[in-house]
Design a protein around this ligand. Structure first.
Ligand code: ADP
Length: 693
């Protein structure tokens, strides 16, 4: 480098040597001449030496050399070099000493270059020494025979360069020391983007040796998702020589990626040329995981927060409910106290009512058959107070005829979870007198629905029954007494009718016809009463015969055709329907229903009669387009003497027709009921079991 800079002078010197060789060979005077001396003063070469070893007399010296060696020209010129600078060029035997270099030039006739050497120089009489670095180039000047006669020495002080070099080396070694010792991944690239250095941390992280890293790089280890982004950042930054930064994942342990963050800074030479990047890369996996963890935590917190909000709302709601239920509780408590008081009062009232009503209380344990009877209950049945009766024993008091009815009532109540009221006769335990009882009962069950007890009341209705009986007997007697004269009246009217017909007395015929009708009505009425009394006295007899309902209804139709003109009578065709029943009484039932339909519907409307077979029964229906019956009246319709309240004016009756129908049908093991819509009409149905062949 130093030589190159001085190339101009070299060619001049070479030219000079040729001149010397040609004209003034071996002439010391040339170098000593004023012209040469003044030329050489400013030369970049240092010394012209005579090749008179071991002296090496100095013939010319440049100003720069003198300044470098802190000498005056007079001290140097004409003297042997090693006299002026004794020992300065070190041991003459030493390979790299100036002396040995001179000797090599003389021997070889060629330029000899010494390596840089250290030289301690005293600073101008201060006694202080300074380390200098010099380079030494010795060129031969040959005479015609090719013998070295002079030597041109160029001594250059390169102390500054060496120092700088040292500083660079030192900084480089410091950098390497630092780079190798850190776990930060450091890499250096050159101006073309090629990697020139990877530190040890790169090896540790990638598992690749420095050599492999230099050869193959590390881009292939990067997560494929990160590659395009990183390359784009790098390309853009590289174009602008700008710093860069990116985060990326690199394959670490198998199947595991580590997160890295890399920063690159451009390097520039002193003269401002881009020299490549130096990058530092740190492992941020933990931070990333931490970040992720934080994000997860955040999410969880968020979720928890939401849940908390919900819970809070629920809590608030629950609290509100609690407050209101507390209030309700307080209210309920007060109500409880009130109702307890009321209960006590009503219990007291009930007791008093029971006592005054003469009601007996009874309770039967369904499973054990144990019967508990109140004192009153015992008294009315003639049972001594200290005598306990089982349910079975108490059954024995019941009149034999009534026993099945009572048993059935109890069983039905148990089976259908219901209650019952039943009237029956008993023979009192002590006096064996006949008494009428009315027992009511309700079944008590456990939580599984199993019957536990039957609780109820028992009332002595003997007096009532006797009264009824008396009334019935009276009605029966009166009816009976009325029946005899009525039969006579009927007979007389018939005779008179025949007679009037004969005489052609149409007036009498008409009046007698009306009379006969009224007599017929009266007979029906009286018969009804008679029947009631008979039913009550259980004196009625059902005389079953086998007959065809179709025939019976055909008879009804015939009769209706002559007697009913006010309504349109429609008799549906009836197939043969054989039953075993009391023909007269069933006829009476149908008659009753038809006459009610006539009574309780407007003139001109239709009355429809049908008889069909339905599930082993013959079902007779009588439909009218009459006034209909209110729902609340329906259940009582078949009771004795029941007539709808505020009933239709001008329609007479005693409320015994449907009662008789009910009694008759029941005794035939059939059913009777009504479907009715107020204003539209009613349909009365009854069933009779078919004769099983
Ligand atoms: P009576 O007709 O003598 O009053 P019933 O026992 O025959 O007695 O009938 C009882 C009541 O039922 C009647 O008073 C009447 O209000 C009502 N009733 C009976 N049949 C009908 C019917 N076809 N349409 C409307 N109401 C009826």
């Amino acid at each position: 480098m130093f030589i190159a800079k001085q190339g101009k002078h070299i060619s001049y010197i070479i030219g000079l040597s040729i001149y010397l060789r040609e004209s003034m060979a071996d002439s010391d005077s040339f170098y000593k001449s004023w012209e040469f001396q003044s030329f050489f003063k400013g030369a970049s070469r240092s010394l012209i030496l005579k090749a008179d070893e071991p002296l090496f007399t100095v013939l010319a010296a440049s100003d720069r050399y003198l300044a470098l060696t802190h000498k005056d020209r007079e001290e140097v010129l004409g003297n042997g070099l090693f006299e002026t600078y004794p020992g300065a060029h070190s041991d003459p035997n030493e390979k790299y000493s100036v002396f040995s270099s001179f000797m090599r030039v003389i021997e070889s006739g060629k330029t000899d270059e010494l390596p840089i050497f250290k030289y301690e120089i005293e600073i101008g009489g201060t006694g202080k020494k300074e380390t200098h670095y010099w380079t030494n180039v010795n060129e031969p000047i040959l005479n015609e025979e090719g013998k070295v006669t002079y030597i041109i020495n160029t001594t250059t002080n390169i102390t500054e360069q060496v120092r700088q070099q040292h500083a660079v080396e030192e900084s480089e070694s410091r950098f390497r020391l630092m780079a190798e010792g850190t776990d930060v991944m450091i890499a250096v690239g050159d101006e073309t983007g090629e990697a020139v250095y990877f530190n040890h941390a790169w090896e540790v992280t990638t598992g690749r040796s420095t050599e492999d890293l230099m050869k193959f790089g590390w881009v292939d280890l990067m997560h494929w998702e990160d590659r395009p982004r990183v390359l784009e950042i790098f390309t853009k930054a590289f174009e602008k020589r700008a710093p860069w930064m990116w985060e990326f994942r690199i394959a670490g342990a198998p199947g595991k990626y580590r997160w890295l963050m890399a920063r690159g800074n451009p390097r520039f030479t002193k003269d401002g040329h881009f020299a490549g990047y130096i990058s530092s890369t740190v492992d941020i996996t933990d931070q990333k995981e931490h970040q992720q963890h934080l994000a997860n935590l955040n999410e969880e917190l968020h979720a928890i927060n939401e849940e908390l909000t919900v819970i809070n709302e629920e809590l608030q709601q629950a609290q509100d409910e609690l407050v209101s239920s507390n209030q309700q509780l307080a209210k309920g408590e007060q109500e409880l106290i009130d109702s307890k008081t009321r209960l006590e009062e009503s219990e007291h009232l009930l007791k008093m009512a029971i006592q005054s009503s003469g009601l007996g209380i009874w309770m039967a344990d369904v499973r054990t058959g144990r019967l508990t009877l109140s004192d009153q209950g015992k008294e009315m049945q003639g049972i001594p107070e200290d005598r306990e009766l089982s349910l079975e024993e108490s059954f024995l008091l019941i009149d034999e005829l009534d026993r099945p009815g009572v048993t059935e009532a109890l069983n039905t109540a148990i089976k259908y979870q219901g209650s019952f009221i039943i009237d029956y006769k008993i023979n009192t335990l002590n006096t064996k007198t006949i008494k009428w009882m009315r027992a009511s009962g309700i079944v008590q069950r456990d939580e599984t629905g199993e019957p536990l007890n039957i609780l109820g009341t028992i009332l002595d209705i003997t007096e009532q029954k006797l009264n009824e009986q008396r009334k019935n007997d009276f009605i029966g007697m009166v009816s009976h007494e009325l029946k005899t004269p009525l039969t006579s009246i009927n007979a007389y009217v018939q005779i008179l009718q025949v007679d009037a017909n004969k005489k052609g007395d149409s007036f009498s015929v008409s009046l007698l016809g009306k009379t006969a009708k009224q007599v017929g009505k009266m007979a029906t009425l009286i018969n009804g009463f008679l029947n009631v009394s008979k039913f009550e006295a259980a004196k009625i007899h059902i005389e079953r015969t086998k007959f065809d309902m179709a025939e019976l209804i055909a008879e009804m139709e015939e009769e209706a055709a002559t007697s009913i003109t006010s309504h349109k009578m429609v008799f549906e065709p009836v197939e043969e329907t054989i039953v075993l029943a009391d023909r007269d009484k069933i006829g009476q039932v149908i008659n009753n229903l038809i006459s009610n339909a006539v009574k309780y519907s407007s003139t001109g409307t239709t009355i429809q009669i049908s008889c069909v077979t339905d599930g082993g029964y013959a079902k007779v229906s009588v439909r009218d387009e009459g006034y209909g019956i209110k729902k609340e009246d329906v259940p009582k319709l078949f009771e004795r003497y029941y007539r709808v309240e505020g009933g239709l004016k001008g329609i007479s009756g005693f409320g015994i027709g449907l009662y008789l129908c009910f009694e008759i049908v029941q005794r035939h093991d059939g059913d009777i009921w009504v479907d009715s819509v107020v204003g539209k009409g009613s349909t009365f149905h009854f069933t009779l079991p078919l004769l099983k062949i």
